[in-house]
Design a protein around this ligand. Sequence first.
Ligand code: TEU
Ligand code: CA
Length: 564
Amino acid sequence: MNEAEWWRDSVVYQIYPKSFNDSNGDGIGDIRGIIEKLDYLKQLGVDVIWLNPIYQSPQVDNGYDISNYREIAPQFGTLTDFISLLDAVHQRHMRLILDLVVNHTSSEHPWFKAAKQSKNNQYHDYYIWKNGNKQQLPNNWGSSFGGSTWEYVDQVGQYYLHLFAKQQPDLNWENPKVRQDVYEIMRFWLNKGVDGFRMDVISLLSKKPTYPDGPIIQNKAYGSYYYGAANGPKIHDYLREMNQQVLSHYDIMTVGETPHTSVIEAEKYTDERRNELNMVFHFDHMHLDYDENGKFSTKRFKLSELKQVFNKWQLGMAKHHGWNSLYWSNHDQARPLTRFGVDDTKFRIKSAKMLATVLHFQQGTPFIYQGEELGMTNAKFTSIDDYQDIETHNIYQDFINHKHLSKEYTMKTIYLKSRDNARTPMQWTNGHNAGFTIGKPWLSVNPNYTRINVEQALNDKKSIFYYYQRLIKLRHSLPIMTTGDFELLDPDNEQVFSYLRRNQEQILLIAGNFSGKSAQVIFPTAVQNRSCKQIISNDNHIIKNDNSVVLPAYGAVVYSFNVN
Ligand code: TEU
Ligand code: CA
């Protein structure tokens, strides 16, 4: 492992620009708003900022439908604003990475507008077309946001493929011109000084040439496209080409979002000897509370299964020269406090710190999603009209009209799982609209902003914010957090998540109680009868005995043992 690479001991903070901070009162967060808050992020101590898409877009899928890759969406600001942001980030010795969305463009992108004019247009082959008639779909694939993945265009008498909304046509990566144009876009931003990319659904770029029907899962009306689109036959060729022609020429970090990717497949993306990506986002822990209808369920995860997932990834990446990303949430997921911890009750603060502890002490690059450092929770809106997200509205229709589930049950799954839970405005103060905007926010503020906000957190030495600050400092000062080996303890224990990190000189024992009852953790033989020091804890009432510790409800602790 090359320890000199800066992204290995960095902590990344994800900003969802639309919901971060509105500088001009139009209710939409913007680039100037981000600049205003950089000192806050510096105080937290993060190294890298990742911005969700800020490019020109009709905003059908909140910016993941891009109509111009070289311009900033006017609601977010201008290119000049962006350069000011980049400068201001660099001045503070932080880095900035952008979202690269190149599995698909917007249907308003000039390439697609040209492509649908005629089969002879030079851009036709930039997208994926199949012959057919209106009655016969090319295959059974269902789009992520409802309906078939195929949309018919009369003018050319063909279907085009869209794995996501029909306003997000998939690019044809088989076409070398597409690849070269994408590389040019990447160079455009890298030459401005951008420090890397998070690559949207990068595992879906290469489709099986036979476009086979997919199995029908999760009670869906259509087949799954993953079978024919995830980790397809040429994906690693494309990424190696991209690396050789673009990435390797810059000092940057890359993280691929890779739906439907197992550890074995992820080794190929991240093995440093293969020269593809630095790390990927997998979804294995996100799937633990799926049920027969998929993500929108009321099922709760099982701790032993959660530990198994982390264990598999920790060992797999270490063994195969890969690298982990570590995350509890992002803009597509429920708030982790509600999902993996304890929402809004008397243990809210403790459980947020416990979750942070068990994640941040693992090997990999931790990602903090905006508001996680405050312990923001899901938003329980009562009406579907309060939700804005395309996925949420599609599920609402699907559950009620196709699956004939009750409205009450449907709404329950939505407030447990809707992507809008993560997208409610950042809570800065207990004032009007949580200090996010002086106008009307594009999505309602979570009413708990009066208690949960930055101002409160900064004034409270025991806040979740300061706990994250300490975790980040520890990662910068304790090399074992970056390089130490991982060893899971007590895999079947459904109450406590505990593990060791070890190197030649030192062993860390990390333990977090996921339950409301106190729990005893017996030290493994490797550290028994050795002198030890507490590194961090979320609780003053931890009872440490000679070779064990008793963790109160949602307690977490890290001990360091000298090996020599
Ligand atoms: O998400 C891709 C992805 O896998 C999603 O389907 C994710 O699993 C889902 O949102 C969970 O509910 C990426 C972006 O992160 C997402 O915001 C975009 O909508 C999507 O790609 C299309 O670009
Ligand atoms: Ca604004």
